[in-house]
Design a protein around this ligand. Structure first.
Ligand code: SF4
Length: 109
């Protein structure tokens, strides 16, 4: 299952964590929701592959620890999403389609 690109409509904004919006419902540690807005990562799909961290030319992603999450115990958080240049590399390299980038969403530079 890939990230829902319409998460702004299908999920509820629960505030912020690690500098980005949280789109729930969440029930930590098992259910963490979608994180970010311009650059969004579905933490419940992310397997901590790390390709997005390695390939992003402007270092948008940072690891955050997510102990006891069933998919992985760390996640690629789009901490610096305001720096995104919309190259779409992260979307292309993610092996589980956990990332969605939409320059039309808020937080764009
Ligand atoms: S679209 Fe490009 S610049 Fe934006 S977060 Fe993904 S890899 Fe980084």
């Amino acid at each position: 299952m890939a990230i829902d690109p319409n998460f702004e409509e299908t999920h509820e904004n629960e505030g912020t964590e690690h500098g980005v919006d949280v789109w729930g419902p969440t029930e930590p540690p098992e259910q963490l929701g979608v994180r970010g807005t311009h650059v969004a990562v579905d933490f419940d799909i992310c397997v901590a592959d790390g390709a997005c961290l390695e390939d992003c030319p402007v270092d948008v992603f940072e690891w955050v620890e997510t102990p006891e999450h069933p998919e992985s115990e760390r996640k690629a958080n789009p901490t610096n999403e305001a720096q995104c240049i919309d190259c779409m590399l992260c979307v292309d390299v993610c092996p589980v389609d956990a990332v969605d980038v939409d320059p039309g969403r808020e937080n764009r530079l």
